[in-house]
Every structure is written in structure tokens, then in C-alpha cells.
Design a protein around this ligand. Structure first.
Ligand code: AHR
Length: 639
């Protein structure tokens, strides 16, 4: 029996409950959301645990006709100190051209008739004692080509490189034919040398047409969730690869050639082409609140538990400078355009403040004395100087346990407004913990469930996991006065470059494959509310996997009832809309599921299950047959 008290006072709940967590994991940024098509454009790749990469990785020497030459690496006259390496292309015999080629991230997909911006920084280089100076009295002729897999030229542009100072060259290329896996080729046509850096191929067609923007299909898939906030850039990523190699927002803003690329702690590379400006702009473009996370000045969770992995925290003497960086971030986001850091934001194209309200400090930290000391230093300064910013603390990596308790005790001690909880758990855990937040102390800090997902043993995105998450979300809605934000994790994963499963959205260079879990997130995002109506379920027998919540959305005036059936058989539910008064004659009913719990989406195939919406008669009392393994939403105008 399911009873919704339509006449009871509705409990105000967070209208921002459903958001997203973007972490640069699984090639989510470079080779993912970031629309750049070339790989290692700034020659800053470095070895990772997984790959023996170096500055010339993903670039091949190309010699055509009788051309001869070789590639070298320069670092003595960089474009910018933050971007130390560059390519030296030495041509000893021009032939039909000598140069370099790049195949992008597995492929460079081109669409006929679309415009692509090619750009690079270059100067005419001295080839060195062995090879001679080349003829520097004449400019070096250079061609950039986009080639099909069969070698045919799809588009090309010609340039002349002269002078010994770095100059940016650009051209627009419009291929005549589509090509899923093109090759980018840059050829020099005379004996001599050219220095090259920031070699880029960027589609004009980006999400909302932004320059240096995001892949339109992927960004749109994310926007379609209607997220109310975006947490970024991690996760563990914020801790980086060591105590002095954390993710520093200042490395990620300003002109692209001045950003400091780095090894990504998930074992690949980050150009910082998507940096803080791009994250904030994306938030503005999709109407989501930005929720950046910075480290609390300590290493990732493991350091404290693994002696020898490195220092536990930043030396205390360095904390004032680190805290100043955080204050600078707030000025960059919210300060006037004529403030020091607001001017950096304005110069990038956003004179108006971004309206930062939330800041995560720390991620899944071990609650050690070192953590507490540094967190307190940061929090005290933020409280004093920026009371308008809500600081979000952390309760460590688990849903319970010693660190979790310590994290919460510490948050209470500091009277934090919000604590970030994370849990990756079996689907059954979500069913067993539907009452988790019912008893949380309303007088204490509120909760941000910053990372969660139901994990099968084989980590597949099954209907079972999607529905366990749906049940979990009903419990968050019922407790939307206590849990104010939530975000599934991780968000994105590029096929063949995935370090973590399950994820919400999978993709290749050309295709996007949302999971069944994505569908659940979207259904909740599109059917959120700002008040919860008392909803009680009396399952019989106890333990039956049924969950429900009801919200009112004051913007549309609608009431939305959600019912999740995690049982392998249909469940008959007597629905009672108590105290309804006159109801509309019909409601919109959306049913997602009704299939085996084991089903999952397959790339390139139609989804295993899709939501089906119909108009159904509505009454104050009715019997509903909830299909096996299903989520049902009933939406109707309230009074
Ligand atoms: O979401 C993947 C990782 O899980 C995050 O980086 C980290 O916070 C958690 O351990």
C-alpha cells in the first residue's frame, strides 16, 4: 500500500538535489569532453605508470618524395615557461615535403562541410651544427593537410614561417568528404628548420559555439540531465600526483599556451585545455551552479596510510600561500572585472562574475591530525573573509566506519554547513539503506552525496544497478531537507581508455552511449521538486524491494510520484492519494524497466530499456501493477 498525503504540509527540500560530478578520469577531458582533435598538441606528454610516453608521443615523422629530415625536441626558447617543450622539425632535403603527422585520440573524425580551425605557434629555427642553418633569408613554406585513411587530401592550407620569434598561425579547413579516421599532416617544403608548438585542430562546431569549447554531442548529453550543479575537477584528481603536484587551478586559466599541462593522476595526460574557465563557462551555459573542489593541503587518502608514499601534507609554512591561492580563486570567480584575478576572468571573455557559492575542500581524506590542522586553517580564513561561500567538508571514502565517523565528528566540531559522503556499494546496499538519512541530525551539517553508484561484482551497468540507484534517489528526495546535493560517479568514460567502471556515459570519438543508469538520472533530473510530500509504503512482506517518494515542483505546479520496484515480479500496489480533493482526470505515467534485472545497454544498439510515457486516468485511490524491475513516475498538476 502506497499513501501520499497530498493535503499534509509539504516539506521544503533542496531544489538542487540532482547534479553531476565531472572528474578527468577515463579520458573525460582530453580525448573526451574537450573538443581538441590532436593528441599531445603541446609536446608535454611524460611517462606514466601505464605508458612510456614522452614529448614526441603521438607525432610521427613524415617524409614524402625524396624528402629527408628528422624530429628533435627543443626546450631552450619555449613559447612560455609553463609550456617548456616544443618540436624542432629539421629538413635536410625538401623532396615533396618533410613534416609530422598526428592521428588524434584513436581517430580524427571529420564531417564534410564542417569548419575546423588549424593553429600552431612557430618560428624559423636554426637546424644545428650537424645540419647547417638552412636558408633563413627566405620564409619556410609549410602545408597543413587533413588526409583520409586512403591518403587523399580532404583539405589543406599553406603558411610561411619566418623570423625567430614565436608567431601564431591559423587557418580554417573545411573537408569536402567525411572521414571517421583522418590524419593531420604538417609538411615543410624547404631545407631548414621550424620550431612548432601548440599544434591544434579544433572543430568550429562546439557546444553552444564556444571557442576552445566542448564536444557538442557529449556536452549536450550531459546538459540533457538538467544538472543543478557541477562538481569538478575531481575526485582523487584534485590531489594530483604528489603533495606539490596537486591540481592547481591557476595552471588551468589564461591563454592555452601558458597553461601548465601535467600527468593526470589516473595515468594519462591533461593539457588543461579544459580548465577552470571552461568548467565555469559550461556551468553558466547549462544553468548549473559551479562546485569546484580543492585539496585540503594533504595527499590523497592513501598517503597517511602508506608510509613512504610521500609527505602527508603541505609544510605549514606553505599554507598561507596555498590559502591565498584559494582566496584568489574566489576573486577570479566572483571579483569585479578590475580586480587582479577578476581581470584574468574578464580577459578570457567573462567580465561578469560567475557567482561561485560552494567550494569543496578535500576529497575522501583520511581524517588525520595533519588533515584537520590544514583544513581548519583554510576553513577559518574562508569563514572570516568569505562567509558567502559554503565550504563543503569530507567524510572520507566510505559510507560508514572509523574515518567516516571521524569526518563527521570533525565537521560537527567546525559546524560545517555541508559534508561530502561517498559510497560505491552493491545494489542491495541501496535497498537496505533507504532509511539512512531519515534519522540524520537535522541540527547538524547537511549532506552532499558527492559520489555514489551501485556496483555489480562485474561492474556492469545493469538495470539492477540503475533501479537500486533510483530507489536510493527516492530516499534522498524524501530527505531533501537533509541531503541537498547528490551526484553519481564517475560521469564519463572513453571506450578503450577507461580506468574505472561503471560510469554514466560511455563514448568513442564519434559516438555517445548513455547507460541505463543515465536514464534514471535523467528521469529524476527532469522530475525534481522543491517540496516533499509525506509518502509511505507498507510493503508486504517486509523487505520487498519497493521504494517511493513524492515531490511538488513549484515552478510547474506539478506533483510527481516515483515508485521503484526492484523485485523480479510485478507488484500490485494500492495507491492512495490521501486528502487529494479534486484531482485532474489524467496523469502522465512514465514507466522505465519491466525487463530482466541483468539487462544492460550495448554500444551501437538501441537501449535495452527505454522510458515509455502514456496518459492514464487519475483517481484518489487506484491499484497499480508496477512491472518487474521498474521505475514508474506519475506526474500531474497539483492544486
Ligand atoms: O569516482 C572515482 C574516484 O572514486 C574518485 O576520484 C574518488 O573520489 C573516489 O575514490
Amino acid at each position: 500500500r502506497l499513501t501520499v498525503a497530498l493535503d499534509a504540509p509539504a516539506k521544503p527540500i533542496s531544489p538542487d538535489l540532482f547534479g553531476i560530478f565531472f572528474e578527468d578520469l577515463n579520458y573525460a577531458a582530453d580525448g573526451g569532453l574537450y573538443a581538441e582533435l590532436l593528441q599531445n598538441r603541446s609536446f608535454e606528454y611524460s611517462p606514466t605508470e601505464q605508458a612510456k610516453w614522452g614529448p614526441l608521443s603521438f607525432w610521427d615523422l613524415v617524409k614524402t618524395g625524396a624528402g629527408e629530415g628528422h624530429l628533435g625536441l627543443g626546450n631552450s626558447r619555449p613559447v612560455h615557461a609553463n609550456n617548456p617543450h616544443y618540436l624542432l622539425l629539421n629538413v635536410t632535403q625538401a623532396g615533396d615535403g618533410v613534416g609530422v603527422a598526428n592521428l588524434g585520440f584513436d581517430q580524427i573524425p571529420l564531417v564534410a562541410g564542417q569548419a575546423y580551425e588549424v593553429s600552431f605557434f612557430a618560428y624559423q629555427a636554426y637546424m644545428g651544427i650537424m645540419w647547417g642553418p638552412g636558408d633563413q633569408t627566405k620564409p619556410m613554406p609549410v602545408t597543413v593537410r587533413l588526409e583520409g585513411a586512403d591518403g587523399r587530401v580532404l583539405a589543406e592550407a599553406k603558411f610561411e614561417i619566418s623570423g625567430r620569434t614565436w608567431t601564431k598561425h591559423t587557418a580554417t579547413l573545411t573537408p569536402a568528404h567525411s572521414e571517421p579516421a583522418a590524419r593531420f599532416v604538417l609538411l615543410a617544403h624547404a631545407a631548414g628548420g621550424v620550431a612548432l608548438d601548440m599544434v591544434s585542430l579544433f572543430p568550429h562546431d562546439t557546444f553552444q559555439g564556444r571557442a576552445n569549447g566542448l564536444r557538442r554531442d557529449l556536452a549536450q548529453t550531459i546538459a540533457d540531465l538538467r544538472p543543478r550543479f557541477v562538481r569538478f575537477p575531481g575526485g582523487c584528481l584534485v590531489h594530483g600526483t604528489g603533495i606539490h603536484a596537486y591540481y592547481d587551478w591557476k595552471d588551468t586559466v589564461g591563454p592555452l599556451e601558458q597553461r601548465r599541462a601535467a600527468r593526470n593522476s589516473w595515468g594519462y595526460h591533461q593539457t588543461m585545455g579544459i580548465g577552470y574557465y571552461e568548467y565555469f563557462q559550461f556551468c553558466a551555459d547549462i544553468g548549473a551552479a559551479p562546485l569546484p573542489v580543492v585539496t585540503a593541503g594533504v595527499c590523497c587518502q592513501h598517503a597517511g596510510h602508506s608510509p613512504g608514499r610521500g609527505q602527508e601534507g603541505l609544510p605549514l609554512a606553505e599554507m598561507p600561500a596555498y590559502i591565498q591561492d584559494i582566496l584568489d580563486l574566489i576573486e577570479w570567480a566572483n571579483g569585479p572585472a578590475d580586480s587582479k584575478w577578476g581581470a584574468v576572468r574578464a580577459a578570457a571573455g567573462h567580465p561578469a562574475p560567475f557567482g561561485l557559492k560552494y567550494l569543496g575542500v578535500g576529497n575522501e581524506d583520511a581524517i588525520t591530525p595533519e588533515f584537520k590542522e590544514r583544513f581548519t586553517l583554510i576553513n577559518d580564513v574562508l569563514k572570516a573573509k568569505h562567509p558567502e561561500i559554503t565550504v563543503i567538508g569530507t567524510s572520507g571514502p566510505f559510507a560508514s566506519g572509523e574515518d567516516f565517523d571521524k569526518g563527521w565528528a570533525f565537521a560537527r566540531e567546525l559546524n560545517l554547513a555541508l559534508v561530502d559522503e561517498h559510497y560505491y556499494v552493491p545494489p542491495q546496499w541501496m535497498w537496505d539503506n533507504l532509511a539512512r538519512y531519515d534519522t540524520y541530525d537535522r541540527a547538524g551539517p547537511k549532506v552532499y552525496v558527492g559520489e555514489y553508484a551501485a556496483h555489480e561484482k562485474d561492474r556492469r551497468n545493469t538495470l539492477r544497478t540503475a533501479l537500486a540507484e533510483a530507489a536510493h534517489l527516492t530516499s534522498l528526495e524524501r530527505n531533501g531537507d537533509q541531503v541537498v546535493f547528490s551526484s553519481f560517479a564517475p560521469l564519463l568514460a572513453r571506450r578503450q581508455h577507461t580506468q574505472w567502471t561503471p560510469d554514466l556515459i560511455y563514448f568513442t570519438g564519434t559516438e555517445v552511449f548513455p547507460s541505463l543508469n543515465y536514464t534514471v538520472q535523467k528521469l529524476f533530473g527532469h522530475n525534481a521538486g522543491d517540496a516533499a510530500l509525506p509518502t509511505t509504503l507498507a510493503p508486504a512482506p517486509a523487505g520487498t524491494k519497493l521504494a517511493a517518494s513524492t515531490v511538488r515542483d513549484s515552478r510547474s505546479g506539478d506533483i510527481i510520484l516515483k515508485l521503484v520496484n526492484g523485485e523480479p515480479t510485478a507488484q500490485t500496489v494500492a495507491v492512495n492519494l490521501a486528502g487529494a480533493g479534486p484531482l485532474p482526470a489524467t496523469a502522465q505515467r512514465t514507466v522505465f524497466g519491466g525487463a530482466d534485472a541483468d539487462v544492460a545497454n550495448t554500444d551501437g544498439q538501441p537501449p535495452a530499456v527505454v522510458p515509455v510515457t502514456t496518459t492514464v486516468p487519475l483517481a484518489a485511490a487506484f491499484t497499480y501493477e508496477a512491472p518487474a524491475n521498474s521505475l514508474t513516475l506519475l506526474r500531474f498538476p497539483g492544486r
